[in-house]
Design a protein around this ligand. Structure first.
Ligand code: NAD
Ligand code: IPM
Ligand code: MN
Length: 360
């Protein structure tokens, strides 16, 4: 993407958010500074305090004008996680995270599933080459749009309705993006997954669009699986998948499943993209209240999301260095407790930053 701030400089908005988002995001920033410094590619970071603390203090979740500011003044957004037990409605997360996905029209949620070290998978006899795929999750529609309501709320006759919104344009652009990605990356297989056997309107649209678009990519092997079967097949034989494309909710679920195949949520990155526009990069995991404040959250997911951000900015070499740094830390067992290690979040961040600075 052409940077809008004069050649080599990129402006990054940092939203660390809640819980372990506040612990892993500073480590990602540290590693990003280390990897870009020697090449004299300045990244300018501007931090925003949006999250539960701010919401509880003054009621502001996503401030007025925030979307326009991010769109016009930043190249990318580095995001931690949102979610706090003190906000049971999760309203601030809906406003900020879903708000940015929708209002910046970040229609591609790319969630790579890549086994970086074969010791990490819970599956038997699987190696790095078996678990390497990317899930493309539609990111602006579906059951996430917040259309619905209650009828007779709080009574025994209560009804709750949540609408599943699927547009022709929305379905087509995510399917097309998945094929283009496969073609550009030399990947041979695209699997579209839906639940058209039960969701006979919304996913009938997915079926029809898929049948149309797949014809434009005759060199790519196209396949359809119902989402329940996909979940089963990802566990039975993950090697059969290169690219998976699915709707918003199913993509959320299978990306956590995929994350665990590759070692767990602590390592999984994601990119929320609209090609050519300000896009948002975040680990797949949430704010993990069960470990927040203990200093033991794994920063790999945030660092690998940062690598996806560098790719997006066109800084491919630096992105590769970050991935190599994570692989090296895994080889050395320099890892946080959930991966069987004894290291703290900050220690791992320091190690990765040192590696990244040295290699460059
Ligand atoms: P979670 O991803 O926060 O945690 C699930 C499990 O994985 C927990 O046991 C946690 O300790 C572990 N885990 C997650 N990330 C880890 C890391 N980096 N290192 C080590 N262990 C890690 O999911 P949850 O518990 O279902 O949700 C907690 C809150 O986060 C909720 O409010 C939820 O809505 C929110 N959430 C936010 C996002 C986001 O901001 N993108 C994503 C998922 C969940
Ligand atoms: C994710 C999260 C979010 C989602 C939540 C926090 C709304 O689970 O990014 O995967 O469902 O998209
Ligand atoms: Mn999720």
């Amino acid at each position: 993407m052409p940077l809008r701030w004069g050649g080599e400089k990129a402006r990054i908005a940092v939203i660390a958010g809640d819980g372990i988002g506040k612990e892993v995001t500073p480590e990602a920033v540290k590693v990003l500074r280390a990897v870009t410094a020697p090449a004299k590619r300045p990244l300018e970071f501007v931090e925003f305090d949006w999250g539960a603390d701010r919401y509880l203090k003054d009621g502001v979740s996503l401030p007025a004008g925030a979307v326009e500011m991010l769109r016009d003044e930043f190249d990318a957004i580095l995001f931690g996680a949102l979610g706090d037990p003190r906000v049971p409605s999760n309203q601030h997360a809906a406003d900020i995270l879903l708000g940015l996905r929708f209002k910046l029209d970040l229609y591609v949620n790319a969630r790579p599933v890549e086994l970086l070290d074969e010791r990490l998978t819970p599956l038997r006899n699987r190696t790095e080459k078996d678990i390497r795929m990317v899930v493309f999750r539609e990111n602006t529609e579906g059951l996430y749009v917040g259309v619905g309501g209650f009828f007779k709320k709080g009574t025994a006759d209560e009804i709750a309705v949540q609408e599943d919104v699927n547009s022709r344009k929305g379905v087509e652009r995510i399917i097309r993006y998945s094929y283009d990605y496969a073609r550009e990356h030399g990947l041979k297989r695209v699997c579209m997954s839906d639940k058209s056997n039960a969701m006979t309107f919304a996913h009938d649209l997915w079926q029809r669009v898929f049948k149309e678009v797949r014809q434009e990519y005759p060199k790519i092997e196209s396949r359809h699986l119902y989402i329940d079967t996909l979940a089963m097949e990802m566990v039975r034989d993950p090697a059969q998948f290169d690219v998976i494309v699915t709707c918003n909710l199913f993509g959320d679920i299978v990306s956590d499943l995929g994350a665990q195949l590759a070692g767990g949520l602590g390592l999984a990155p994601s990119a929320n993209i609209h090609p050519g526009r300000t896009s948002l990069f975040e680990p797949v995991h949430g704010s993990a209240p069960n470990i927040a404040g203990k200093g033991i959250a794994n920063p790999f997911g945030a660092v690998l999301a940062s690598a996806m951000m560098l790719d997006f900015l066109g800084w491919k070499q630096e992105a590769q260095v970050l991935r190599e740094a994570v692989r090296a830390a895994l080889r050395e067992n320099f890892v946080t407790p959930e991966l069987g290690g004894v290291k703290q979040t900050v220690e791992v961040g320091d190690w990765l930053a040192k590696f990244a600075g040295k290699v460059r």
